[in-house]
Ligand binder design. Structure first.
Ligand SMILES: NC(=O)c1ccc[n+]([C@@H]2O[C@H](COP(=O)([O-])OP(=O)(O)OC[C@H]3O[C@@H](n4cnc5c(N)ncnc54)[C@H](O)[C@@H]3O)[C@@H](O)[C@H]2O)c1
Length: 279
């Protein structure tokens, strides 16, 4: 299989594939970025060895299955290519049109987009019936869910093959159609936005709101801690995308989050969001 883009998600997806025994070609735009992708995979595999989840031999074998390239043509032999490049429609459309010309007629092309239209990406190719969404969650090696997304144009056999592949690499796939936010983000984004609005409406502190959801509903993590983990900017961006497609007020990012993003309070990654973090 092939992975295009070895950033946060692509490196994680590549890791899951090589660990499951699948030969994987990872494509980046430059050698340095490709090496950075390999280093990410290696670092996380090494952590698995330290924690006793995998052996040094298994780690070496997994790394040996990862081949890096900067040439799209090197993906010609792949049966499945998963795209995980920047979340922008034009580069994705361009990439899928090119991949469609390179891979064999039986190959499946999947996008890991969170918020863009899989249908629009598929329509940029000459064979939209082979295009699906495979939406992994961050961190991909840790979270089991993959939303396997069909468009109006997807061949059911291609959808089934993508689903079976997700199972083969040890994930817990679900089937769904191409609608804004698919399943999890469609539910989670307005819910988290409600939580932020409640902070001001109920005059409750982030700490107490998180405590309420942990102890009143047994959420595994409080909403403010979760937004800090996701990244305030990422959450605002996802909310805006859902708001633009659905025009439902609950989807729109709460002004408090927009202000935090503008102030550089991005959560864990910036050291401060709803909470302070040692970096
Ligand atoms: N980060 C998340 O939490 C998350 C979760 C689920 C899905 N996604 C989706 O996954 C995709 C990637 O997100 P990310 O967070 O990994 O981004 P990222 O910025 O960490 O990585 C993107 C990588 O793609 C590379 N790239 C760009 N154009 C390329 C091309 N034409 N060919 C090869 N490589 C190219 C970049 O150099 C970069 O390394 C996006 O569509 C995003 O919406 C992200």
């Amino acid at each position: 299989m092939g992975v295009v883009g070895l950033g946060t998600m692509g490196a994680g997806i590549a890791q899951v594939c090589v660990q499951a025994g699948v030969d994987t070609v990872g494509r980046e735009v430059g050698d340095e970025l490709a090496e950075r992708g390999r280093a990410t995979v290696e670092r996380y595999l090494a952590r698995g060895v330290e924690k006793g989840r995998t052996t040094q031999g298994e780690m070496d074998a997994a790394l040996g299955r990862l081949r890096l390239t900067t040439e799209l043509d090197d993906l010609a032999g792949c049966d499945l290519v998963i795209e995980a490049i920047v979340e922008e429609i034009e580069p994705k459309k361009e990439l899928f049109a090119a991949l469609d010309r390179i891979v064999s007629p039986q190959a499946i092309l999947a996008t890991n987009t969170s918020a863009l239209s899989v249908t629009e990406i598929a329509a940029a190719t000459a064979h939209p019936e082979r295009v699906v969404g495979m939406h992994f969650f961050n961190p991909a090696p840790v979270l089991p869910l993959v939303e396997v997304v069909r468009t109006e144009l997807t061949d059911p056999a291609a959808h089934d093959t993508a689903y079976a592949f997700a199972e083969r690499i040890g994930k817990e796939p679900i089937r769904c159609s191409d609608t804004p936010g698919f399943v999890v983000n469609r539910v989670l984004i307005p819910l988290l936005n409600d939580c932020v609005r409640v902070l001001d409406e109920a005059n409750v502190t982030p700490d107490d709101l998180d405590k309420a959801m942990l102890h009143g509903t047994r959420w595994p993590i409080g909403p403010c801690a979760l937004i800090d983990l996701i990244g305030i900017d990422v959450h605002v961006h996802a909310s805006e995308a859902l708001w633009e497609s659905l025009r439902e007020p609950r989807m729109a990012p709460p002004p408090r989050l927009v202000a935090m993003a503008k102030a550089g309070l991005l959560g864990r990654k910036s050291g401060r969001g709803f909470y302070h973090y040692d970096r």
